[in-house]
Design a protein around this ligand. Sequence first.
Ligand SMILES: [Ca+2]
Ligand SMILES: [Ca+2]
Length: 254
Amino acid sequence: MPHFRGLFYEKIWISTLFVTLAAVANAACNTDSWDVATASAKNIENGGIRYEGLCALDGSTGFVQQSIPKTTTIYYRFFVFVEKAQTNLTIFTLTDGINNANFVVDGSNFKFAGKTVAFNVGKWNSVRIHINAGNVSLAINDAPPLTGVTILSRGVTGMSLGKLGGSVNGKLYFDAFVASSNVIPENASVFLSEQGKSDILIPGDANGSGSIDTQDATLIMDEIKNNGNAAGVPDCTKDGVIDIRDAVCAVNKI
Ligand SMILES: [Ca+2]
Ligand SMILES: [Ca+2]
């Protein structure tokens, strides 16, 4: 990606995560708002990195970046809200340290490696990516995963999430980012909620059904027990870690 090296310049190192020094420091939901210190406490070998904060990530203010030990098998999952149609806006980039693979919103489509996948403008979309020895499975919302594309077969060493190329038309938000060696369900229920007052998804809605009930608490416990990652937003406390407090938090919302 041509912008990668230039944007790299703006970064400071915070543990395993870079965070953009946003020009508008007082914005409520800029890149600084995500709890990077907590999220970075987990590494990829221990099941994943969860990256969120007290609000959604405002991608229009910059981007976040994460480096990991090189791996040929990894799952990524995040939710993205794009208010309006875009023109070649790169929102997610994977790298092997030399080459990059860009994921782009163009018009009201999601584009990757010359492929086009339907996307929803004005709603939250789930994006799930699984790379195994260079073979990609890309699932947007409830659509069957796109397969048959090979990228970065040498392994993945990092990702960038946010405004990475092009200009943002309207609002651009991200929420509930996960990088994990654990399976992330690809065809689970998805969030298609309209932008809410707080811009965030429903913390504690672990299955992404749009409401919180006992199933969500069960999924949170499953994730605590390393039985796989929930498809929705199990981090009820929004601190970047899934633990018993999230199960309690979800139960309290029932
Ligand atoms: Ca639910
Ligand atoms: Ca939590």
